[in-house]
Design a protein around this ligand. Structure first.
Ligand code: SAH
Length: 393
């Protein structure tokens, strides 16, 4: 096999020696052999010491590191990593679980497989490849996943059309690459959700909120619940179990329909639930003393560092509206899923929002992502979901 070599500038090997899985283009001194996007490259320090193997891509992140060992990753390497991801979920009790059959099977850097996401929906696996290197071996990856012992994989859907870097010029199409399946009904903590991976956002469901939804159900009894940015109505369904009333708000018409459908699936026609298709900021202008539990789970306000300041302002504005208007003794579940917003920064935004209202606010819980979305300790960026449960006096 042709070998492509990348040599780093002096000093730029430090983060790699601490196992950080990205090499930024600015760290590179020399590239030899003209690698194409998706090729495996070997990375050396300035003194020609071997550092790692990774997938090459022209762009700000130039190499996504696969292995720090001195053996070129082959298909057995990927089999090992995928099996390890699976075994870990198994040890968490997620495989063959009566009340949960939807979880993340592979979480990119969190599972030492940068660029690869795989979500499991009752036997249907939805793949999202974020790198050309992973995309090129998607059939092999699908083969490995389909053979995972005891996983019961029936079909694999590749949904990489919108996640493969557009500049790569690869015309990725969303399609089944193993088996076939109609949209399914999955179970999460005993609740049912209809998932359409072909039309839905991300791979079809925000699996990452599973444990936070469960936590929510400790607070819903008899309360009037407002689920902002509700999408499929995940939080709404949990709140319907014993909530007084539940309102789901989303600006997208299809989301409002999905929330209604999922509530109906679990509770039939129940007048306690209502969906609103309206802009969140508009809806929040007039909610004074109407609700005693508010969920704020907006889309990522900042996708890049240069949008950080505006994003923090956005979180502050949003939280100010909720903290300022919630009924006394109310509870707020507030989140950010922006990778670039740190836990500290988010908390400061919420602090600023609270200070603006002058109300007494207690932090009851600090929320994160569940263990099937693990954080690679060498890659703090993989901790993207942060949230707070607040009590507003
Ligand atoms: N809480 C959801 C996930 C939310 S994703 C869950 O647990 O599944 C973010 C949602 O916010 C999307 O469905 C999107 O349609 C909606 N959205 C984006 N901008 C909005 C706005 N300005 N007002 C209302 N909803 C918005």
């Amino acid at each position: 096999m042709e070998s492509f070599k990348i040599v780093l500038k002096s000093g730029k090997e430090q983060s790699i020696r601490r196992y950080h899985p990205w090499i930024f283009s600015g760290a590179i001194k020399k590239i030899s052999g003209e690698p194409e996007e998706g090729d495996i490259v070997t990375v050396y320090d300035n003194k020609d010491n071997f550092l790692a193997f990774g997938h090459y891509q022209p762009g700000s992140i130039a190499v996504r590191i696969l292995s720090f060992k001195d053996t070129e990753p082959d298909i057995e390497f990927f089999r090992g990593r995928i099996r390890s991801a699976f075994e870990f979920r198994k040890s968490m009790g997620l495989i063959d679980n009566q009340s949960i059959n939807v979880f993340r099977l592979i979480h990119a850097e969190g599972d030492n497989l940068p660029g690869l996401i795989a979500d499991f929906y009752d036997g249907v696996v939805v793949l999202q490849m974020h790198s050309v290197g992973m995309y090129r071996i998607r059939k092999e990856i699908a083969g490995i996943i389909s053979e995972l012992p005891g996983a019961g994989v029936k079909a694999i859907y590749d949904k990489s059309e919108s996640t493969i870097p557009f500049k790569a010029g690869i015309e990725a199409r969303n399609e089944f690459i193993y088996g076939d399946s109609a949209p399914a009904i999955v179970t999460e903590n005993g609740f049912k959700f209809k998932i359409d991976w072909t039309t839905g956002q991300k791979t079809g469901f925000f699996i990452d909120q599973r444990e936070n939804r469960k936590l929510l159900s400790e607070f819903t009894k008899g309360r009037s619940v407002l689920n902002m940015f509700g999408y499929t109505g995940g939080f709404s369904v949990y709140a319907m179990k014993d909530g007084g009333l539940v309102h789901s708000v989303d600006s997208s018409a299809s989301a409002a329909g999905l929330a209604d459908e999922n509530v109906r699936l679990n509770f039939g026609d129940d007048a306690r639930h209502q969906s609103f298709q309206v802009d969140a900021f508009e809806f929040l202008n007039d909610i004074k003393d109407k609700y005693d539990l508010i969920i704020l789970d907006p889309p990522a306000f900042a996708k890049h560092n240069n949008a950080l300041a505006n994003a923090l302002q956005g979180y502050k504005r949003l939280n100010m509206k909720a903290i300022g208007q919630i009924k006394p003794g109310g509870i707020i579940f507030t989140f950010t899923c922006s990778q670039v917003v740190t836990r500290e920064n988010f908390r400061k935004s919420v602090f600023a929002a609270a200070a603006n209202t002058g109300r007494n606010v207690r932090i009851l819980h600090q929320m994160s992502q569940p263990p099937d979305h693990p954080v690679n300790i060498y890659h703090p960026e993989s901790e993207y979901l942060k949230g707070l449960v607040l009590y507003v006096e």
